[in-house]
Write a protein that binds this ligand. Sequence first.
Ligand code: FES
Length: 62
Amino acid sequence: MYVCICNAIREKDLRCAARRLCGDAEAVYAAMGSKPLCGQCLEEADDIIAEEVASSCMSRAA
Ligand code: FES
């Protein structure tokens, strides 16, 4: 599933990048060589990134 239609960013690619990078959706997009265009995806992208960060922290604590 695409999270960002403008940049053709798939959810799985965003999750993978979020595990390696720091920051919000705009920062992760920039690290992926993209930038928001219409901006409609940013709230969902931030939620996905937050899920990955939380999941990563929980696995480190275990
Ligand atoms: S859908 Fe991501 S910038 Fe437009």
